[in-house]
Design a protein around this ligand. Sequence first.
Ligand SMILES: Nc1ncnc2c1ncn2[C@@H]1O[C@H](COP(=O)(O)OP(=O)(O)OP(=O)(O)O)[C@@H](O)[C@H]1O
Length: 262
Amino acid sequence: MLHKAPTPHTNAIFKLNNVGFSIGSKALVQDCTFEVLQGSFMGLLGPNGAGKSSLLRLLYREKKPTAGSIEAFGMPLENWSRKGFAAKVGTVLQEKAQLAGLTIAQVAGLGLFPLSCAKQEEAERIREALELVELWDRRDENAGYLSGGEQQRLFFAQILALDPEVYVLDEPNNHLDIYFQIRLLDHIKAKGKTVIASFHDINLAARYCDSAVLMHESEMVAKGPLADVLSPERLKGVYRVDAEFANSAIAINAPVNQFAMR
Ligand SMILES: Nc1ncnc2c1ncn2[C@@H]1O[C@H](COP(=O)(O)OP(=O)(O)OP(=O)(O)O)[C@@H](O)[C@H]1O
């Protein structure tokens, strides 16, 4: 459990101070204290059910913390107007909206409302984003018929059309083939924007993240450079694998028998 006060940074985009989120008696997030610095690409790591999506939900304001506080751009998160916040912080989420009845181009433009830009600029943003995810030629098709990976590319197009200051990505590589995983995340990384993204693939995280927060059973158990966060002890205790993370890659020997660990 980490209870240290956050060190002051003038360029912190998000500042979390002992943040917690519970539903009834169940704690989904506990004692999270860290900062997301401007221009950093931060990975949110941890096994299934660790609390990664729940924490991201607090950052993009789908839920409110039940303990602690979050600041965004130097202001309490709850003080931001919906439109002001939506212009600065974009998301690609695990849960997918219902797309049936909307065209691919319409879905790509759904995130643009906070910009209030002219129709022509809107159209250009949508075109550029759909070309990038290679769905421009299919722009008039029903988005509801897209495959899982194609839908994920469309959600990338949505955030890329907006191109916010902060990208909040919940398992961005979900459903994507290896080409699009690399193409889309390379593109976002090259922008130099602030990114906080949850990952299951540690090697993919290593390619992009300059820092990481590791969660386990709803608590933050480590933060810092990825290589420090993913020590062999933590890989064993948190991920339950006998493995070593070195030279930006993970070498897994074997899963750890949880009964043998007790
Ligand atoms: N509405 C809810 N009510 C009760 N428990 C919930 C609710 N939503 C999530 N949980 C539980 O909270 C825990 C954390 O879930 P969360 O989705 O944040 O984990 P995660 O780290 O993103 O997992 P994964 O890697 O499997 O996507 C899980 O045990 C989940 O079952």
